[in-house]
Write a protein that binds this ligand. Sequence first.
Ligand SMILES: Cc1cc2nc3c(=O)[nH]c(=O)nc-3n(C[C@H](O)[C@H](O)[C@H](O)COP(=O)(O)OP(=O)(O)OC[C@H]3O[C@@H](n4cnc5c(N)ncnc54)[C@H](O)[C@@H]3O)c2cc1C
Length: 443
Amino acid sequence: MKTITQDILIIGSGAGGATLAHELSRQGLRRITVLEQGIRTQEVGTFARALRFYDCNPVTMLPKHTEEGVILWRTLMAGGSTVAALANIVPSMEQELRAFGIDLAPLWQEIIDEMEAVPLDESLISDGSRAIAQAARGLGIEFRPMPKAINAKKCVQCAVCPTGCPFNAKWSALQAVDQAAANGVEFRLGAQVKQILIENGTARGVQVQTTDGLYLLEAERVVVAAGGIGTAQLLRRSGVENAGHSLFMDLFVSVVGVHRSLNLLNEPSMAMVCDQFHREHGFILSPYMPVHRLSAFAEFGLPGLALPRKHLLGLMVKTRDDMAGEVFPDGRVSKRLTKADQQRLAQGTAVAREVLAAAGVSKPSILVSKPQGAHPGGTAALGQVVDEHLQVKGVNGLYVCDASVLPHAPGLPPIMTIVALAKWFARSAVFHPPTGRRVLTGN
Ligand SMILES: Cc1cc2nc3c(=O)[nH]c(=O)nc-3n(C[C@H](O)[C@H](O)[C@H](O)COP(=O)(O)OP(=O)(O)OC[C@H]3O[C@@H](n4cnc5c(N)ncnc54)[C@H](O)[C@@H]3O)c2cc1C
């Protein structure tokens, strides 16, 4: 087995990992390696292509489910799930993280500027979403354009955002990957970390599987940014027993129904948002329908195959779910819907039905999807598994920097918060001790 030594190893190149690598390299730190199990691909934009990078069941070839049947959407590739993300950019968890001494407030504007995030250009909003917003207003429910990191000039309104943008119109963590690589960060793709090596309470490095074989990589610091599922799985496999015993997913359902003339096929998915129920009732609403027949099948089962997509309006009901769930060392995921979770979904669905009917959707045609999640996190929560420096409690030199550390569900798109957290971490005392002397040698 070959042994290689680095200053910093980052596991995962998604929102957390790629941002951290970019920020550290920007500060002049060197000898940083990012290990990413997935590959980088330009072949995006269709559901069939996307199934190669979504985490799919090898038998059904469809996105995996939790033990209880909740659909789990995540992509394992360079850039992580940000490549499939809909570029919704919303701040969240500011107060909750401040309670741990993590102040993200000064970072929001920096991120907005870097991602060029703005409310979606009105010209990109379809007649279907406009009809929904207008009908909702009549019921006292307000929708507004979703804040998105989408370049309006490049967007062709093809609605295939969740399968990756073939026109490079939306932000993804691949931007940070490229910038970090230009600053000298080494990215190893197709490199799956099997285990973190922990000796006498200190992380020594990782064991990683590549197509060339099994390597041992030593490092002064190991940062796990493998996402809400991957991080918990890896920590537990490496002996961090208290990881993975809680899990949020921002559970959601899609509510769709037939309209005589309108659809949502000509806009970026989730073009608008209604967040007036978020604080009190724990859900948001956003126009959404499955664009591909196979994704409709994944969400609705057999009835999904018959959905008339050119005559379909819909709303996503996304909730702030409880932390009831578990990630096991073998990668299995359990997500139990608590009574409160069921109530939030039911309440949001009732509002969605009412809005859709007011927009002219035939009431008997309305279908509600299986419960789903695309924002796994909370599996190595602050205060439980990691301390306020994001260090795994009881393990020197081992840190977590991704959705896993969030102490509960945001119920909102989390990328902006994860990116802010990675920026905060890169500038923290971990890499800049108070003496002003860098802990790491660099070269
Ligand atoms: C379809 C979809 C749409 C979404 N839309 C939005 C949106 O519009 N706005 C928003 O804010 N959020 C959105 N999200 C959620 C968002 O993408 C995630 O919350 C975010 O990417 C999580 O960041 P992360 O750093 O925790 O993990 P990820 O971005 O998932 O990155 C983790 C990386 O680690 C790698 N990895 C895992 N295990 C290992 C291992 N053992 N060895 C090596 N590498 C490993 C994975 O391959 C992956 O690349 C969406 C998600 C999906 C699936």
